[in-house]
Design a protein around this ligand. Sequence first.
Ligand code: ADP
Ligand code: MG
Length: 694
Amino acid sequence: MIKLTDPVTSLKNVGGKRAASLAKLGIRTVSDLVRHLPRKYLDRTKTTRPADLLPGSLVTLRATIASDPAYKPTGGRTSLTTVKLRDAGSESDITPGAIIEAVWFNVPFVRYALKKGRTYIFTGKAARGKSGALQLISPEFDEAGDTASLSHERIVPVYATTADLGQKTLRALIRQALDAVLDQTEDFLPNYVADSCALAGLVFALANIHFPADYDSFFKARHRLVFEELFVVQLALFFVKGHAKQPTELIISPADFSPALNLFPFELTDTQLSTLSQIQADFQSGYAANRLIQGDVGSGKTAVAMCAVYMAVSAGADYQAAVMTPTEVLAAQHFSTFAPFFEQLGVDTVLLTGKMRKSERDEALAKVADGTARIVIGTHALIQSKVEFARLTLVVTDEQHRFGVRQRLALSEKGRGVHTLVMSATPIPRTLALILYGDMDISVIDSMPPGRKPIKTYSVTAAYRPRLYKFIEKLVNEGQQAYVICPAIEESEHGGTSVLEYADTLRSALPGLRIAHLHGQMPQNDKNAVMQAFAGGGADVLVSTTVIEVGVNVPRATLMIVEDAERFGLSQLHQLRGRVGRGGDQSYCVLVSDTQGDVYKRRAAAMTATTDGFALSRLDLELRGPGDFFGTAQHGLPELTIANLYEDISVLEQAQAAARRILDSDPAMTAPCHAALYGRIQSFISNMSYQGVL
Ligand code: ADP
Ligand code: MG
């Protein structure tokens, strides 16, 4: 008996060579084969009689070969093969119109494959030939019989496959695998979940996702498998993060932030204010705030964070707030924004990063521990066990998608009942937001501060560089600043324009300008000095690697040049572009690349067409495919194989509600009816930890 865990070679017709082809698809076991789901389907359900053919339609029909195939070389390697077909249902009765022709161009083997008098199933396009007779053009065909039943007269699955493994072969292997093991697949969903959510059983689902009996069965099968996938992801995340609101004694009330408001040189926008009133309500609710603040680059999330921090530290004499950032550059920038701001309010802020000198760090640690520092800003160095807070009340995580779930939790766990706000500019589909932040409330800042002009974006070749230098010079003479992003630090075998070279080239091309450079391998103090100089107008151009990708805010910078732009993904380009357009002046983004590649061209076209982060993320998903979107650890999720981020929101909501119900009634999942599910969740969690996404 064949088992699910057996290697594919235990199946008939699978030898070493075929196993190697399957391995290229990631298929090693019988179970992998069963879980290799179709990429799409062909509707071949409608069969037609030859007499009913309409020119132009795609049809499937059963027909008997009425003449020996006629083969005609037409010069060079080209040829024409023609055969007469008659309706399979009318063997002797040759009524006029029931005879049609099938033709193939340059498929010489057809003349050997088709035998007069035998019946085949054909699928192809009908057209009217020169003579006026109806023809099937280059149809696919199979002799009527068992294997044909997988590829014709039904909804036919189409799989991702390799060049050396045809669809028909793969279909037959999957059919064989299903027949061998379907009755062994154990349904790990508890019955009551399947019942209450009206889900099909696993056996039915697997059988019908591959070879749907009809449309209804297909939809039931897909619903079940989408549910299962989202349910497992969601339950695993809830299991790790907790899913219920945590009561807290840290009440932040009355939460008035007008003293902070008065210090901004601008008025907050309506969406900034409504986000703050949601935060206020969280703070006073008796439960720890757990809120995602999503807003496109430049929408003004920092000001919201500052008001929230103000509320926290003014609510209790010893209340502390921590702001965590993914990069040192961003931590330093926030520090230089927060420290003077809060100093005016009589509140002390310290910076804490991994690259600080020991004496500096010890001093900062002491202030955090004894409570003199009420605000601490830092990188993930904040998570380390040495860091102790007097009374941590609020944690704000900026650009949170750069952190794993556990890193974020680790900081909140340095206090009890800590309020958590996470900020993200990554525009992600709502489904993904619900999965990742299913335990959170979400605020969306969907408007920009007033007076912003859309950034003009251009895509050019390297030949444009001399003109770009002139453009830089012109803008600088008008009192503005520019960024140049290069993919490499110094010249290397991997190629790519390098920061050091480019900065030198610019220095000689534009001797009157002050050119600074920045990259991740510079000592922290040098990095800070460069950033501060640039932010304060002490340099005109900053040539940098992507260390400035997220969060950096220098409103006088109005030009962003990205060298070797093909090396960056769409979201990354959008983030980089977000470094300009932060003040009232017209800003520009120039993508430089000599690549002719299709994918890059589509990316560049999208960048020049829109500045809408959501539109770009959707396109990014299409260009990269969902696998890659998830595969990268940046979103903290594994690949989804069947669920669709845009279409399956309602199933996700159903799965999420079911996951909550389970954990409400059985938080540790020890009930016998949850045993199989528990095993599944645990292996999913360890897999995600192994991949570094949790
Ligand atoms: P992000 O949401 O990308 O973190 P920031 O918080 O860095 O954006 O804000 C971008 C710029 O917009 C900053 O220079 C900030 O001072 C400015 N800004 C924020 N809110 C407003 C507002 N309501 N009116 C005008 N400018 C604002
Ligand atoms: Mg920011």
